[in-house]
Design a binder for this molecule. Sequence first.
Ligand SMILES: *Cc1c(COP(=O)(O)O)cnc(C)c1O
Length: 390
Amino acid sequence: MTNKIIYMDNAATTAVSDEVIESMLPFFKDQYGNPSSMYSIGREAKKAIEDSREIVANCINASAKEIYFTSGGSESDNWAIKGIAYAGLKKGKNHIISSKIEHHAVLHALERLSRSGFEVTFLDVNEKGLIDPKDVENAIKPETSLVTIMYANNEIGTIQPIKEIGKICKDKKVLFHTDAVQAVGNVHIDVQDQNIDLLSLSAHKFHGPKGVGALYVKKGITMQNLIDGGAQEKGLRAGTENIPGIVGLSTAMQIACSSIDERNENLSKLRDKIISNLLKIESSRLNGDLEKRLPGNVNMCFEGIEGESLLLMLDAKGICVSSGSACTSGSLDPSHVLLAIGLPHEIAHGSLRITLSDQNTMAEVDYLLEVLPPIIEKLRSMSPVWNKGR
Ligand SMILES: *Cc1c(COP(=O)(O)O)cnc(C)c1O
């Protein structure tokens, strides 16, 4: 078992599934036409895009006209936020509402806007990482153009009350964007029922390829484009389309969305076994909410231990996990998400994130649970912080 990598970092990215690769191959080989060209291989490429658009739309109960393909979650987030912010400015609206636990694609886009004269309110979350819809309601002002709140958190897995927040925005006539990159394929999404105006998704988080995503924009919404150039994506997102990527995205999304319930049942079994076993370790804690949680997410802290040391020791055993999020590792700052749920700095440093996909097995979980507790014991025996008070 130790020769094979046990991949448990599926919130960072996922392995591309065989079906997805198969579906993409023709578009690297014979069907290389430019979809803007009129001859047959161009038209075939165009058809592949439009079929994919239909599939993506169906998965979230949108219509194909409302789906725009992008280069991934970060671009979709940037486009939604900046596109609506600048369109709103023309109507005298310069206020945006978000939360303190968003992905950096959202946070940094908003920070840039606030340096350019926009006002941004970053809402607090409770100790489980949940947003109170009442706080959204109270923060809305006549100048508010957009509320952007992530569907599910990439670090601690909390799933927000999206429908309630959407309803408030609808009633107050403010647009609502959600970064659903972690949610697609894991939860049932219905943009109409949940009052979602804009939604970001990314293929590589549900066994699709990297570098391709989509933005859903509800019909009738005017927004500015980020990328100027040709007439692709109705003139709103220029650039020759990433056809293999788009086809891979739709194949992966169709598979993910058609098996949510059965996969969740399996995943949450694996997740709950990890959580209940690791909570038996002295001075351990689970971060996030136990119920409103992504089915494959485990995020825990072990007092007296650096997350990075744990990660490296598990790597030596062939297990891939994460400490905090990939974007923050490499810096010594503790995760902004863990700080927002109220963890003190020294504990927020010691977090371990294990994220499962349907490719993980119970045997892998058993192996993790066999090797992890002794590693924690060993690290603690060497930790001056841990041994000081004992
Ligand atoms: C991964 C992720 C993103 C970024 O998506 P990319 O396709 O990697 O640009 C944005 N938001 C969340 C919540 C994510 O997990």
